[in-house]
Write a protein that binds this ligand. Structure first.
Ligand SMILES: Cc1cc2nc3c(=O)[nH]c(=O)nc-3n(C[C@H](O)[C@H](O)[C@H](O)COP(=O)(O)OP(=O)(O)OC[C@H]3O[C@@H](n4cnc5c(N)ncnc54)[C@H](O)[C@@H]3O)c2cc1C
Length: 237
């Protein structure tokens, strides 16, 4: 029997500006308890368009243990209908959404070293995974490699720095592909990964980003000996 579509009314309570093109939208569920979900999953939002409804997937950027809320971290795409709609929203807006959806989840058994790799808002599902693992006292090592083009586009920078300072098993490596005054890592995420961790031994990768980024990552890491089954990914179209 087909699963019945369950729609929740999510109330927009707060908007954080993370960069000139990315905002983090906080939603709460005062009408009935929020759906349960696994870190890495997404919601399908519904917005009105020409008398009909336009539906788009957005990864849940917050971990399930943050009570009765979710956060969506959204980039405004030039000419994009739904992402631009989000950037017009004010606090108090009620957005219908279906969730949870998707199979991008942490898979047991976890390896000794988890490598999380994202570009831009692709960090959203990984942020949910990282917060969950740290809260659960995951004993293994974790590294987040977060790539952006310009240095003022690094998302949740202070938050990841604080997590790295508080947890010796969490390492944070932001990287910028078009640096100006940036002193940190530069280049593409897959090259940074190989510079730090050339051997796949004891490691698995969880990666999220647009199709070209994931394809380049798979190709580069495949040539460098990372077996395909150690790379878990979600490609955004
Ligand atoms: C499982 C899943 C989860 C996702 N989670 C997120 C998320 O957490 N945050 C987020 O910001 N996005 C996320 N996306 C992408 C999101 O669903 C939309 O595709 C994106 O917001 C563009 O929708 P739009 O209606 O604004 O653009 P559209 O009106 O559909 O597209 C307009 C044009 O922009 C191009 N385009 C689409 N996306 C991009 C992009 N990112 N960069 C440059 N050009 C683009 C299209 O090819 C098209 O030519 C996710 C996608 C998937 C499949």
């Amino acid at each position: 029997m087909a699963k019945v579509k369950e729609i929740y009314n999510a109330h927009l309570v707060k908007i954080d500006e993370l960069s000139s093109t990315v905002r983090n939208f906080h939603f709460e569920f005062p009408e009935r308890p929020r759906f349960d979900y696994r870190p890495g999953q997404f919601v399908m939002v519904e917005v009105p368009k020409e008398g009909k409804t336009s539906r788009k997937p957005y990864s849940i950027a917050s971990p399930p243990h943050w009570p009765n809320k979710i956060e969506l971290c959204i980039k405004k795409v030039e000419g994009g209908y739904v992402s631009s709609y989000f950037f017009e929203l004010k606090e108090g807006y009620v957005m219908p959404m279906e969730g949870p959806l998707g199979v991008f989840k942490l898979k047991d058994p976890l390896p000794p070293h988890l490598l999380f790799v994202a570009t831009g808002t692709g960090v959203a599902p990984l942020r949910a995974m990282i917060h969950t693992l740290l809260k659960d006292g995951h004993p293994g090592n974790m590294t987040l490699i977060l790539g952006v083009r310009y240095e003022d586009e690094v998302l949740f920078d202070e938050e990841f720095k604080s997590l790295a300072a508080a947890h010796t098993n969490f390492e944070y490596i932001p990287t910028v592909s078009r640096p100006q005054t940036w002193q940190g890592e530069t280049g593409y995420v897959q090259d940074v990964l190989l510079r730090h961790y050339p051997s796949p031994e004891g490691r698995q990768i969880y990666a999220c980003g647009l199709v070209p980024m994931i394809n380049s990552l798979l190709e580069t890491l495949g040539k460098s000996g990372y077996p395909r089954e150690t790379i878990h990914f979600e490609k955004w179209t």
